[in-house]
Design a protein around this ligand. Structure first.
Ligand SMILES: [Zn+2]
Length: 139
């Protein structure tokens, strides 16, 4: 996953969280993670402290960084900056071939070109303190 550096990040940063911090820090290094249970093989995202299938401690696994649009919406109204300055933008649920879904924004395209099933790839924006914020674009 490409990491775009040098962006003047104006949006809120994720709150430090013992569970999610691993995900943000890996994204800062170009790795897109999901949780994989070493006991039963169940895959899950967003991260939780326990495997939803068997209750074991899930481990992190690296996703390929590609996926397809499962569903999406186009945000056309948002009053507060900096989001206001980016209207319209797409928020989508991305289905990964690893079997999990991730919520994210699809960027660098005409919002009216987005459709369910379109192939997308992840990239991350380096947002400070080693944290990366994943985004998606059409491939
Ligand atoms: Zn399990």
């Amino acid at each position: 996953m490409e990491v775009v550096k040098g962006v003047d990040w104006q949006k809120p940063l994720p709150e430090p969280d013992p569970l999610y911090s691993v995900f943000w820090e890996a994204a800062g290094e170009g790795r897109l993670l999901y949780q994989l249970c070493p006991n039963c093989g169940h895959r899950q995202f967003y991260p939780r402290p326990l495997c939803l299938a068997c209750g074991a401690d899930p481990e992190w696994a690296e996703a390929s960084g590609v996926g397809e649009v499962y569903t999406y919406t186009v945000v056309r109204q948002f009053g507060a900056p900096p989001f206001k300055d980016e209207l319209p933008y797409v928020v989508a649920m991305i289905a990964l071939p690893e079997g999990v879904q991730m919520l994210g924004s699809i960027t660098d395209c005409d919002v009216d070109a987005v459709r369910i099933g379109l192939p997308v790839e992840a990239y991350a924006i380096a947002a400070g303190d080693g944290i990366g914020i994943p985004f998606w674009r059409l491939r």
